[in-house]
Write a new protein. Structure first.
Length: 288
């Protein structure tokens, strides 16, 4: 049965805001460095935080009794509670105005920019767009626009429908294989205080939500792609990036990161590629 939603009521929440602060301690960054097996030295106060690692901070402060059965929060900050139990990362746009440094205190201003309803093959879909501005000691340091999709429950015994599949360009010279094992997914969930069960509870992911295995976090794939761009351009600064999720990745097989520089040399394109050779996530990165 298709869920009925009051679009007028939903859109009345547009403009909701929330302001939070956090201190960029070295601990979370160093734990993610270990989880990713990265070779750089231990992060210390004053070091620049990698551009896609801010998700380690401003974590959701949600008590256990405020979670849905799937482990995700009922109230996601500025997005109102929805009668749709499934949520997935859809993509984001980030512009970096300056480096975030270990030890700084930051302020984040978050706003619900848009809510839209669509009907698809899987039923009712709600797309939420949330914008954030992050301020540090020297003023505005980062702007972000994140998109999340909420959808209906998969009926017992059914499989999650496969999204449209597209192949990435075949001429990408940068390539790296990633093995998304349960340990990596668990560590990322723990570091981001993400209790969504599709990432660590195999029985839930497969039997309740109809996936073939544990689901790789969209923000984890984003972080790997932006780190990949950083590694391929060690003398450049990442000024902005945008990602678009196309299809989920699972812990059932390794996937590949691919990339190539733009023709003018001022940017690069990257893809996370499924084991079947199709796009799971695309990214565009602007370089200084």
């Amino acid at each position: 049965m298709t869920t009925t939603l009051d679009l007028g009521d939903l859109r009345s929440h547009i403009g909701r805001t929330q302001t939070t602060t956090d201190v960029i301690h070295a601990g979370p960054a160093n734990f993610l460095r270990l989880a990713f097996g990265r070779s750089e030295p231990e992060y210390r106060e004053g070091d620049v935080l990698p551009p896609a690692w801010l998700g380690l901070y401003f974590l959701p402060k949600v008590p256990a009794d405020a979670l849905r059965p799937d482990g995700s929060p009922r109230d996601t900050g500025v997005v109102p509670p929805l009668a749709l139990p499934r949520r997935m990362f859809a993509g984001e746009r980030v512009r970096l105005h300056g480096g975030v440094r270990i030890g700084e205190t930051l302020r984040r201003e978050t706003r619900l920019a848009d809510l839209s309803v669509k009907r698809g093959g899987t039923g009712t879909l709600v797309f939420a767009t949330v914008t954030s501005r992050v301020f540090g000691p020297n003023g505005l340091t980062l702007e972000e626009e994140r998109r999340t999709v909420f959808r209906e429950e998969v009926k017992a015994g059914e499989r999650n429908q496969a999204p449209r599949r597209e192949a990435p360009p075949s001429d990408a010279p940068w390539r790296r294989s990633v093995t998304p094992d349960p340990v990596l997914l668990f560590r990322f969930s723990a570091l981001t205080f993400n209790s969504h069960r599709i990432h660590y509870d195999r029985a839930w992911a497969m039997e309740v939500e109809g996936y073939p295995g544990l689901v790789v976090h969209g923000p984890l794939t984003t972080t790997l792609l932006i780190d990949f761009a950083r590694d391929q351009n060690p003398a450049r600064r990442i000024a902005a990036y945008a990602t678009q999720a196309r299809a989920p990745l699972f812990d059932t097989a390794p996937f590949e990161l691919r990339g190539r520089p733009s023709a003018n040399g001022r940017a690069c394109e990257l893809w996370a590629v499924t084991p079947e050779g199709t796009i799971a996530m695309s990214a565009e990165v602007e370089l200084d």
